[in-house]
Design a protein around this ligand. Structure first.
Ligand SMILES: C[S@@+](CC[C@H](N)C(=O)[O-])C[C@H]1O[C@@H](n2cnc3c(N)ncnc32)[C@H](O)[C@@H]1O
Length: 639
């Protein structure tokens, strides 16, 4: 694994020789181990000194070197918030943040904030180490942006082509280091350097995540503070140029810039909450949970076809490769119409502000007639539940959000923001569950064992070599607001100290939660306008795999219910024999094969390869029908 970019200045001047590249490759594992250890030490340091913005900036640099620009942005944003705390005496953590900065600055400007011109000699590298971010192949024959995730293959080139590399040109160097030189205190100077560094970090790291609008917004905020900062000016220009090409416009309106990017979806190397999903211990736990919810079913390890998203990868349907996952199986025969699973979950969310939905299970509230079972929370006026049972279940999350003014969060969103808003609300619910139960969010039993659609860290890594292929396409949707600012806003509303709670509420934890929700949540649409309004994770229901010829049917009211189908597709009688897999359906099975497969690309992660899909695709092909998406050059992710 190699870093995508560096917020630290590199000590190596000039371009790498071939030998350097080989040596770097050979050492990259050791380098990663070193960086991971450094990350761990900085995380421990932050637990001890949570208001130390310098340590946040140090960890941002390590995250960047490890190739996680999203995590670098998260640390830089917390550091920026701490800059505000230092600046404003009336802020809650002012004293702590000021004392931490004073202590870190006692021996001069902290290393991470120093001008690196002296470190790098004649190197054209600028003090933040980004040096020269260029779009691969730009200006070359036929070359252009190559990735759909907004990163577009950013390369670091050792030469500062066409840039003003003067050490005194980037704003930071213009600040006097003389304690009394211009009347400002030493601390104020350190603070100004720090906040400028935060803006620079946020600009480049959010750009690398594909969040161009937020990246440029931070450039502009930084330029408001230090208008002459060459570095920010260049980043802003770079983003504008990239946006002009992507949007194919001459003038860029910041409001039109893309802000939804993609980041790495993986079990982070330091995540020790993720269980071995195939261990006997996990299976025993899940089967115990299943015994009351689906007494005739058991969870087992199974092999599923590895889903692909184009014809060349799936050239022979007869030789489909498989991968190990979990699935739900019948332990006993199940008759037609028989209930297979009946599951309640409090991991639900709804995005309607004035809709009469139960806060716990998100089903429509019964009417408020004389004998209505509807009850309100005795401590806050607005929160309603179907009945006493839902109120009692709500005690597993509601106390930490009761009267906390979170009712309007992500409600009635802009239609194109609806899925993100629902995922944010699920995240908020999981944080409330964790806080109320005093449990790490990743250890909640509703979350710990669910599928996250993670890729191995190695396949997410980005090479820095000059000859490297394009970086991998990351798969976890990411935006500054959904992943960084809004979760912190939720925590603040819950009166949680966002600096002192890193062990439970760090950005990598939010990303892991989002990965799991995106892999398992179901949504319900409002029948009046067809828009998704409710989302939920049912941790046992979501163990059942998809098939376009399902043997069960599902419905989600207050509970998620699965029952055995009367008939299979094609009219054969239903019924499930002991040992057979419970085959759920995630899409409308009345769609044609190509439509189902288009849907599955987004939702399953590739073309559905179930027996029915393969058979119908073969039939269509032999009838000479063009099957959309099954021909080379068919729709891509960008479409
Ligand atoms: C909700 S989970 C289902 C349970 C999952 N197998 C587990 O281990 O927990 C959905 C994921 O299961 C896999 N999956 C479900 N049905 C599949 C199918 N018919 N073919 C291949 N993979 C499938 C896909 O990876 C999908 O993203």
């Amino acid at each position: 694994m190699r870093p995508l970019f560096s917020l630290y200045p590199s000590k190596t001047p000039g371009k790498k020789s071939e030998q350097d590249v080989v040596e770097t490759t050979m050492d990259s594992d050791q380098e990663d181990d070193f960086l991971l250890e450094k990350r761990q030490n900085l995380t421990v340091a932050l637990a001890e000194l949570p208001y130390d913005l310098v340590t946040y900036l140090e960890r941002a640099a390590v995250h960047a070197d490890l190739g996680y620009p999203d995590l670098a942005a998260g640390d830089s944003y917390r550091a920026l918030l701490l800059c505000d705390e230092v600046r404003d005496e009336s802020f809650e953590y002012h004293e702590q943040a000021l004392r931490a900065l004073e202590s870190r600055s006692a021996n001069g400007i902290p290393e991470i904030l120093r001008n690196r011109g002296t470190d790098i000699g004649d190197s054209p590298r600028l003090s933040n180490g980004i040096e020269n971010v260029s779009i691969d192949g730009e200006g070359g024959a036929g070359a252009g942006p190559s990735l759909s995730n907004g990163i577009e293959h950013l390369n670091i080139d050792g030469e500062g082509a066409g840039r003003n590399n003067s050490n005194s040109s980037n704003g930071i160097e213009n600040l006097s280091t003389d304690q009394n030189g211009d009347g400002r205190s030493h601390i104020q100077q350190v603070l100004q350097r720090a906040s400028l560094q935060c803006y620079r970090n946020l600009a480049i790291s959010l750009l690398l995540c594909g969040c161009l609008k937020s990246a440029i917004a931070f450039c502009m905020r930084g330029l408001d503070e230090v208008p002459e900062d060459d570095d920010l000016l260049q980043r802003k220009e770079f983003i504008e140029n990239m946006a002009r090409r992507r949007l194919k416009v001459d003038e860029v309106d910041i409001n039109d810039l893309p802000d939804q990017g993609l980041v790495r979806r993986e079990i982070y190397p330091w995540n020790d909450h993720e269980p071995n999903r195939f261990s006997q211990e996990t299976l025993d736990f899940l089967n115990k949970e299943l015994s009351s919810v689906a007494p005739k079913c058991e969870v087992k390890v199974t092999e599923l076809p590895t889903l692909v998203d184009n014809e060349s990868d799936s050239s022979s349907f007869s030789s489909v490769s498989t991968n190990k996952q979990l699935g739900l199986f019948a332990k006993e025969d199940l008759n037609r119409g028989e209930t297979v699973l009946d599951e309640f979950s409090i991991l639900t969310a709804n995005n309607r502000l004035k809709e009469a939905l139960c806060d716990a299970c998100s089903s429509a509230l019964p009417s408020l007639s004389e004998n209505s079972t509807v009850v309100g929370c005795p401590d806050c006026y607005d929160t309603m539940f179907c009945n006493e049972e839902c109120l009692s279940r709500a005690q597993l999350y509601h106390p930490s959000v009761c009267e906390k003014d979170l009712d309007t969060l992500a409600k009635d969103p802009d239609p194109k923001e609806t899925p993100n808003a629902l995922y944010l609300l699920l995240l908020a619910r999981s944080l409330a569950m964790a806080e109320t139960q005093q449990c790490h969010p990743l250890d909640l039993k509703e979350i710990k064992y669910i599928w996250g659609d993670f890729l191995p860290s190695a396949s997410n890594a980005v090479s820095l070599s000059h000859n490297a292929p394009p970086p991998p396409i990351w798969t976890l949707p990411f935006s500054f607001s959904s992943n960084i600012s809004n979760p912190l806003h939720v925590l603040e509303k819950m009166d949680i100290d966002i600096f002192a709670s890193l062990a439970t509420y760090d950005l990598w934890i939010f990303n892991t939660l989002y990965s799991k929700f995106r892999g398992t949540a179901s949504a319900r649409v409002n029948l009046r306008d067809g828009r998704p309004e409710v989302a939920a994770v049912h941790p046992l229901w979501c163990l059942a795999n998809h098939d376009c010829d399902p043997n069960v049917q599902w419905e989600w009211g207050g509970q998620m219910k699965l029952w055995c189908r009367e008939k299979r597709v094609g009219g054969t009688p239903g019924g499930i024999k002991a040992g057979e897999e419970i085959l759920n359906h995630y899409c409308d099975i009345d769609l044609k094969v190509q439509e189902r497969r288009e849907w599955a690309k987004g939702s399953l992660g590739g073309w559905c390869m179930c027996e029915r899909c393969r058979r119908e695709a073969d039939e269509e092909a032999s009838n000479g029908h063009h099957v959309e998406g099954l021909v080379a050059g068919g729709p891509t992710e960008d479409d």
